[in-house]
Design a protein around this ligand. Structure first.
Ligand SMILES: [Zn+2]
Length: 303
């Protein structure tokens, strides 16, 4: 942490909205709430910083983001999620908040579900650029797939989901797990910290308390389903090498990268990652078994 680190300015917890006090923990670029355990990106990014952080490179067309089979794996995993969603939700339409390129929407429609996606500056005409508060109707399910942590008021988003759901409707949340072993090991360098895009840094405990307070009963917690566990370890381990190569950027195709990277550094990062796969896989297995993996997935039903 540099001596010129910005001074924290957030006054309350982004998740439970209790004011920060002398029990709060100030970390680099975030403050952890003593009440709920969630951390808030602090100081909060300005609109200009967010616009720069969500440059065109961040979300190019679906099949053009990563090298190797990563994009195919992403599509396949959305198909599995869609069939799971279809099984557990009551009849009715599904709302995907932060629909990205619409892969999950497509997979849900393939299952015969009516599905609507919300996304800022959408790349498809069938996704809506709207806030949850602007949505009406009755929904069988609301999905926050790696999106809740991007929202400026995630607790309010959960309450909006409760407003929109039919009785017995389901909310699904997948987020980085800030109580994970990889978060602990890599600290401020952890891949899934992703500041300034991630504004809320949640844990299973904070999610359970927030969902409970909004009238939900958590029915399932998974430390596998939210994915992106292995990449968290690989990124962290590769970043320990001289020059701190950025594997995540090295794996992205040209035009889908947020930083300039020489060919040499890219090759070093990728070769090192291949060599380190067994180590990262073992670490992933350990944190899954300890229920402290890099991401967490929850299903909760509206009571
Ligand atoms: Zn809190």
């Amino acid at each position: 942490m540099s001596s010129a680190a910005p001074v924290p300015t957030a006054v309350d917890c982004i998740w439970c909205r209790r004011p920060f006090d002398n029990r709060s923990t100030h970390l680099t670029l975030r403050t952890r709430c003593a009440s709920c355990g969630a951390a808030t990106t602090d100081p909060p990014p300005t609109d200009d910083e967010l616009a720069a952080a969500y440059g065109d490179w961040y979300r190019p067309p679906a099949e053009r983001r990563f090298f190797f089979a990563a994009d195919a794996i992403l599509n396949r995993s959305r198909g599995l999620l869609a069939s799971r969603v279809d099984q557990i939700m009551p009849p009715g339409p599904v709302l995907d908040v932060g629909a990205g390129d619409g892969t999950l929407i497509d997979a849900l429609r393939d299952c015969g579900r009516e599905a609507t996606g919300l996304e800022r500056n959408p790349t498809r005409t069938d996704l809506r650029d709207a806030a949850l508060s602007e949505i009406d109707g009755q929904w069988a399910g609301v999905i926050f797939w790696h999106s809740l942590e991007h929202l400026p008021n995630p607790g309010e988003a959960i309450r909006e989901a409760a407003r929109l759901l039919l009785p017995g409707g389901i909310v699904i949340v997948a987020v980085p797990n800030n109580d994970s072993l990889q978060a602990q090991c890599f600290g401020d360098r952890w891949l899934h910290l992703d500041i300034p895009r991630h504004l809320a840094h949640l844990t299973t405990r904070s999610l359970r308390s927030g969902l409970g307070a909004a009238g939900f009963k958590v029915e399932r917690v998974s430390y596998v389903r939210a994915g992106q566990i292995l990449i968290g370890w690989l990124q962290g381990l590769v970043g320990l090498l001289p020059g701190k190569p950025d594997l995540y950027q090295a794996l992205r195709r040209e035009g889908a990268r947020g930083v300039n990277q020489s060919v040499g550094v890219r090759m070093l990062a990728i070769v090192a990652a291949v060599v380190l796969v067994p180590v990262a896989a073992a670490a992933s297995l350990v944190e899954i078994l300890l229920r402290r993996s890099g991401t967490v997935y929850l299903e909760a039903r509206l009571l």
